[in-house]
Design a binder for this molecule. Sequence first.
Ligand code: NAP
Length: 297
Amino acid sequence: MISGNTALVALLGQPVSHSLSPAMQNAALKAMGLDWSFLALPCSADDLATVLQGLEAVGCRGLNVTIPHKQAVSQLCKELSPLAQRLGAVNTMTPLPSGGWHGHNTDVEGFVAPLLHNNANWSGTRTVVLGCGGSARAVVAGLQDLNPSEITIVGRRDQTLQPFCSDLQQGRPAHSVQLQPLLDNDPQLQTRIQQADLVVNTTPIGMSSHQPDQGPVLPLGEDIWNNLTAHTVLYDLIYTPRPTPWLQRGEALGCRTYDGLEMLVQQGAAALRSWSGVDEVPVNAMREAALKNLSHP
Ligand code: NAP
C-alpha cells in the first residue's frame, strides 16, 4: 500500500517498459516489509543530470541504471566504487549523506553468482567470451576474479576488440591472466571453442527481440558448435527465450548451461543490499517474481 511515507527506488533507462526489475524489486520490498516502492522511469540522455538531481531532492533511496546510461551516469556520480571506476559503468546508485550519488556495479556479482554455486572452482580453466560490448565488460571482470588460465575475447571488429582488451587489462596485477583478443574469422577460433571449459555469449544473437532478417540464430553461426563436447559449460546472458537456441544446442550435446535470468536476479539482489543495508534479501521472492513476469514468446 503506497502512503505518504512510502519512499522511492527506481530504474533509469530507455526503454524500460519490458524490465523485470519492478516486479522483482517490489516483491522483495514487500517480503522485507519496507515501505518503499520501485518504479521504472524512462529517461533520455539529455535529461539524465536533471533527473538525478530531482530524484536526490525527493529523497530517492536508490537507483538501478540500464541501457543506454550505464557509462554516462558514471560521469555524474560524486563517488565511484573501485569496480565501477575500473569498468567505467554504473548500474547501481545510492544517495550520499553529504549529497550527490555513489555509483557501483553489481552486474559482475550477478554474473559470477551462478558460476560460484556449490563452491565451484574455475581456477585454471579455459574461458571464451563472445562479444565485447557493455555487458562483456562485467563478464570479463568477473572471469578475471575467478583466476582462469585463459580468457579469449571474440569480437567481429578489431577497432572495438583491441581497446576493450587493453581497457580491461589495465591496472591488473602483472601475474594476472592476459586477455586474448580473437577476431571471429580467425582460424584458431574452432580449436579455442573446442578446448574451452566455459563459453559465455554476450552478443544479442538468439534473443527474441533481436531478429535480423537473415541473421544467424546461434552466435558464430551453426557449424562451429558441431564439435562441442559435454565438458564445455555454456552461459548465455540472454533470458528470452529460455532456453536460447544456442543453449538448446548445448543441452542436446549434454553440456551444462546457464541463462541470464539468475544474473539479472543476483545483480538486483546485490543492488537491494546496497540500498537497504540489509544482507539477507529475499532472493527467492525476486526469482519467482521475475519468472512469473517473463513473457514467453
Ligand atoms: P552491446 O553493448 O550492444 O554489445 C553487444 C556485443 O555483441 C558487441 O560486441 C557487438 O559487436 C556484438 N554483436 C552484436 N550483434 C552481433 C552480431 N550479429 N554478430 C556478432 N556480434 C554481434 O549489448 P550488451 O548490453 O552487452 O547486451 C548484450 C546481451 O546481453 C543482450 O542480449 C542483453 O539483453 C544481455 N544482457 C543480459 C543481462 C542479464 O542480467 N542477464 C545484463 C546485460 C545484458 P559490435 O560492437 O561490433 O556491434
